[in-house]
Design a protein around this ligand. Structure first.
Ligand code: SF4
Length: 286
């Protein structure tokens, strides 16, 4: 059996940076937790989060929990947070370590500036995704999240209002284009900023081209990771035998019995050791 592993599988720059920030902070504290918190899981990967929790890093899951915290160091994850969250942490006297990915930070800055200039902000993305919630929190009152063609059709801004469109970094590029086309047909003065991260595009393009070649495709990543879900969608369209697994335990190796080529890719929050474990086991068994 031939195995093709995507070169772009695994941690992207922003996720690696955020994970390293937590471990560096732990090291600084002598490997012991002395009040280190992350606001939300640092990445969408249960294995990594569990390891950090074992070392004493606590995850604050809601803004309420954050508001009640009076002491400690809070690490902001790569998805970023709304402006108001910084204000709340500052008000509580917490130490803030900002691991927001610079590509996401760039969107915050764009949204704040364009919104300040009176534009209606359209964020193309999943409204429930923390990154989108964070971006939203840098805009003023005129902000709309658009995820589907129906929502794009329905969109309306105030009379004479200029519109600025940005995207969630992990959004599918073709869907982004489709939604921008619908929005551009409306008679607004529209500026479009494609803020999809290159890491995502490259990962999606490579995954598609591998999936088109192989008999079966394995996509590794946490079930809650939006970029992994999208990778799975793309691979499944190109190869019907596509399996979405979190770790090796989820893979039924019997299913791969009769195939000759297997492709492997992984979401941006999948650690290398998990990818290697899957790759090695597929190789050993076949
Ligand atoms: S996918 Fe891109 S924007 Fe998102 S964390 Fe990774 S490098 Fe940053």
């Amino acid at each position: 059996m031939e195995i093709i592993r995507a070169k772009t599988a695994g941690f992207c720059f922003g996720v690696r940076r955020a994970v390293e920030t937590v471990y560096k902070q732990l090291e600084k504290n002598g490997g012991e937790n002395t009040g280190i918190y992350t606001f939300g899981p640092i990445i969408h990967n249960e294995e990594v989060v569990k390891d950090m929790e074992k070392k004493g890093v606590r995850v604050l899951r809601t803004e309420e929990e954050l508001k009640q915290l009076e002491k400690g160091t809070v690490i902001i994850r790569s998805h970023g947070v709304a402006e108001q969250v910084y204000r709340e942490m500052e008000a509580n006297g917490l130490e803030i370590i900002d691991a927001t990915c610079p590509f996401v930070k760039k969107i915050h800055n764009i949204v704040k500036k364009e919104s300040g200039e009176g534009k209606h902000i359209v964020i193309i993305g999943n409204p429930d995704h923390p990154e989108v919630e964070g971006i939203r929190g840098w805009a003023g009152a005129d902000v709309t999240v658009v995820q589907t063609p129906e929502e794009a059709e329905k969109f309306s801004a105030g009379e004479g209002k200029k519109v600025c469109i940005v995207s969630q970094t992990t959004f599918n590029y073709n869907k982004f284009k489709e939604l921008v086309e619908i929005l551009s047909k409306k008679s607004y003065d529209v500026s479009v900023l494609n803020t999809i991260c290159n890491a995502t595009k490259e990962r999606q393009t490579e995954a598609r081209s591998i999936a088109e070649e192989v008999d079966a495709m394995i996509v590794i990543g946490d079930k809650h990771s939006s970029n992994t879900q999208k990778l799975f969608e793309i691979c499944q369209n190109a190869c019907k035998d596509t399996y979405y697994i979190q770790t090796l335990d989820d893979l039924d190796l019997n299913q791969l019995g009769s195939v000759e080529t297997v492709g492997i890719t992984a979401g941006a929050s999948t650690p290398n050791n998990i990818i290697e474990e899957v790759q090695n086991n597929v190789r050993i068994i076949f």
